[in-house]
Ligand binder design. Sequence first.
Ligand code: HXC
Length: 515
Amino acid sequence: MSINSKNKELKERTQAALQGGGEKAVEKQKASGKLTARERIIALLDKDSFHEYDLFIQHSGRDFDMDKKILPGDGVVTGTGTISGHPVCIYAQDFTVSGGSLGYMHAKKICKIMDHAMAMRTPIIGINDSGGARIQEGVNALAGYGEIFYRNTMASGVIPQISVILGPCAGGAVYSPALTDFVFVVDKISNMFITGPDVIKSVLGEEISKEDLGGAKVHAQISGNAHFYAESEQECFKQIQDLFTYIPWNNTKKADPFEAKKPNSKDYKINNIFPSDPAQPYDVRNIIKGLTDASEFLEIQELFAPNIVIGFGRIEGETVGFVANNPGAMAGVLDCDSSDKAARFIRFCDAFNIPLVTLVDLPGYLPGINQEHAGVIRHGAKILYAYSEATVPKITVILRKAYGGGYIAMCSSHLKADFVFAWPTAEIAVMGPEGAANIIFRKEIKESDNPEKVRKEKIDEYREKFANPYVAASYGYVDSVIQPNETRKYIEHALQMTQNKKQDTPFKKHGLPPF
Ligand code: HXC
């Protein structure tokens, strides 16, 4: 055979494999508003950067007439490419080939590219669009999932892992995304659940649609399983590209520095945003934007537990992870969900060398039977654990309320914040003046001729004495009381001072965080 005919054969074989599940299946995919696996990869990566591998992999199923079937690429496309010039490894399940179901060789392909990502210390991106374990392959399909979960766990904290849900992701398959760092979902395209509506109906008699059970909105807003929500696949890819500008490519690196820019002081002037009435709510996102370069802020889990805000911004070109109570939602309390949300983010920042800036304004942990029974003790402890074990630079600014356990939990000096600043409006105390006065002066108030008047006096007395930053500052728990408009300057300097921070931790195999 001449080289020309060999080349021709390669072309024909490649062409056939690239057809995926064939014209009809591709048409069905498009009709449901979805791109194909390769189109998705190409849309996400830098132009012309995608290199595909294992195109000629064959499935190994032999039962139920599977030996007579050809499944091009075994239903998953894998390869490498770049995003903003940085290498990434990627796989995308191809729903047009046997519903993207996961058989032994399909899983082997995914594991191979994950191993490559780990060896080369590049991020791994998985695009999920699959009917789950390939039923005809039995335990081999389950084994495949197990191998993926193991690799997700080993890669955790070493390389960033991104899951993109662009179709069904059901049964045990959901646990790979759940083990990764960021999960992206798209409205009316993503579905995630352990058991689908049919099983729920037959076991529990409950009826629910796929969308209401595990659609994009549900995971972005209610379950908290998703970190980014988009209206379209294109918007989702843009979100991933944005995220990659803020995070490093592995745990030995820092995120790429950008050109430093000043915040947009016209729209986000802190003195104009922060209310003078201490009881008035405000949106802490605007304070964050008053601090970041060009007032840019990439918010994570925007729709879930909005009483805490997390995300990335830059200060003097350096990526910073923000954790901020949001008085605009439930007064910014810590509860089960907001503690989970913040703790996981703090751990991501710590694993990937991203300094943490914490903005504090909260009345404490949320009281209530629901919260107690839902395990607010266990969930709330996660945030304490995450801040305490984090060794990246930790800078805390107390804006207003810092009461009780909330004061301690929000990266106080006791959890080894490197710098704690407080605005003159800060109120650092065991609890708010109203609650405190009612408890410690209960007898005096009750026995007085004018209880209301005495209550008010006692509240004022308590506020005067404790609801300020100066008591904490007198013990050195606050390093500096600063003007709000000096905050960025102080954070800039703190980041400069902590850039060579080195903190040793005691030897242990691993800790036991309360999860
Ligand atoms: C084998 C599968 C498959 C699967 C889909 N297909 N899921 N083949 N194993 N799990 C095939 C279909 O037979 C069909 O093949 C093609 O993919 C397209 O599927 P359709 O049903 O025509 O597509 P659609 O109508 O869009 O429905 C999509 C779907 C449905 C909702 C995902 O296919 C479905 O319910 N699949 C089964 C889901 C499931 O129960 N999976 C197992 C979960 S348990 P042809 O040849 O007709 O094109 C699990 C355990 C993992 O995953 C545990 C890990 C720890």
